[in-house]
Ligand binder design. Structure first.
Ligand code: SF4
Length: 416
């Protein structure tokens, strides 16, 4: 068979990378190229667009080094028993593609993952070499997110963190049983150990930075954008409650920046115990909303999942509204007296609007009109608050309140 061109390889290995959701580059510090031999700077086909929490859209070259793999994870299109065409980049090819795309301003960085070639150590060495070469041989100052191979030597992962802005280790499935069943070559213990090692290095550098500030010496960086992971949703029987409890443990235990939820995509020739269709995308969305509730809104996972039926979040409305509807005894809340933390529990209010309310009411008692100038829409907020001159009366306890928030039913089109 004729050798494929670089572009043909790119088509295959960019397509193979699309199943990995964890490529947002939030939390990275800018690498300043001024005064260095660097060729640019960023905070930060195969070009993926990721959104940072501040809303910035960044573009990354998102590829696999290879879609060949000696492991046989049953949910994965690239598993060893899968009948897909295989391809592999050399280290130099990935370096060249990244630099070419970067210089043309197509991308702000690289997201690089890989199937496992020969052994976890060999694969990690190759990934590491790409990052090292970009940084040291070419002065690349763009963003690098490396997917780490949990089974590799911890020293290789440590070296990767020196060059990469972010490292991630995929936890894959929410439960240990799911992992054992669907990915027998992987071990939850090994994955957690890799995460713990990365956290240890990140914390070490932070401590060193604090203690050396006074001496004005610069400690070496280690994954300044932190670490993240990806969890596949809907491949096994884990409920939303299982997923959220698992995420909360990961955030607390390993200081993760993000857990990415990726709806399972059915793969060709899949085993019979995998679902034939992907779960609704709205499930992934509801999990992200719940994730924000316990990270930024002060809810516990127990509170969020207390309103889940059989452990599953309501797909019709967002989980915060769902919680408020099931806890109506706490509402309406007076927006002129509620604490910041209490304001965050009101549907339709987020950290930005809660802060603006707290600031504005220092000067005046807020009316509904005042609130209308702070929030995007009063429709969700109105039944759950009182304000100067506004009380929802019986609206808060209306039996059909949930119905008012549902999207209008849409009739299917006629077939021609
Ligand atoms: S190790 Fe990664 S690439 Fe290989 S089969 Fe498992 S999930 Fe797929």
């Amino acid at each position: 068979m004729a050798r494929r061109t670089l572009i043909q390889k790119l088509e295959i290995l960019a397509d193979a990378a699309k199943y990995d959701a964890s490529c947002a580059s939030s939390g990275s510090k800018k690498r300043n190229s001024v005064g260095t031999k660097g060729i640019g700077s960023t905070e930060g086909m195969g070009i993926c667009h990721s959104y940072a929490p501040d809303g910035r859209c960044i573009s990354l070259l998102k590829i696999l080094l290879t879609n060949f793999c000696i492991f046989d994870c049953r949910y994965c299109i690239n598993r060893s028993s899968s009948n897909v065409q295989r391809e592999r980049f050399s280290v130099d090819e990935v370096v060249k593609l990244t630099l070419d795309f970067y210089k043309r301003n197509y991308i702000e960085g690289l997201f690089l993952s890989s199937g496992i070639i020969r052994s976890p150590n060999y694969t990690m060495e190759q990934l590491l070499e790409v990052a090292r070469s970009l940084r040291e041989d070419h002065g690349f100052r763009g963003y690098i997110h490396l997917k780490t191979i949990a089974e590799a030597d911890p020293e290789l992962i440590r070296l990767a963190g020196i060059h990469a802005d972010r490292l991630s280790v995929n936890v894959e499935l929410p439960s240990e049983q799911g992992l054992t069943h669907y990915a027998p070559e992987k071990s939850g213990q090994t994955i957690r150990k890799a995460m713990a090692d990365i956290r240890y290095e990140i914390d070490n550098v932070k401590d060193a930075q604090t203690s050396r500030i006074l001496k004005r010496a610069k400690p070496p960086a280690f994954a300044p954008g932190g670490q993240s992971t990806q969890m596949i949703v809907g491949a096994d029987m884990s409920s939303d409650a299982d997923i959220l409890h698992s995420s909360a443990r990961l955030y607390a235990g390993y200081g993760l920046k993000r857990v990415y939820y990726s709806a399972y995509s059915p793969v060709p020739d899949a085993s019979a115990d995998l679902p034939p269709i992907r779960p609704p995308l709205i499930r992934e969305h509801r999990l992200y909303q719940a994730d924000w509730m316990f990270r930024f809104y002060g809810f516990t996972t127990a509170e969020i999942t207390s309103v889940a039926d059989n452990g599953m979040l309501d797909l019709d409305i967002d989980p915060k509204l769902s919680w408020a509807l099931r806890n109506r005894g706490l509402f309406p809340m007076d927006i002129n007296r509620a604490s910041y933390q209490e304001l965050l529990r009101i549907p339709g209010l987020g950290p930005t609007s809660a802060k603006r309310i707290v600031a504005a009411r220092r000067h005046t008692r807020l009316t509904l009109d005042d609130l209308g100038r702070i929030v995007r829409s009063l429709k969700t907020v109105r039944p759950f608050i009182t304000a100067s001159g506004w009380s929802p009366g019986k609206l808060t306890d209306t039996l059909d309140l949930k119905q008012r928030f549902l999207p209008a039913p849409k009739q299917l089109d006629l077939f021609a």
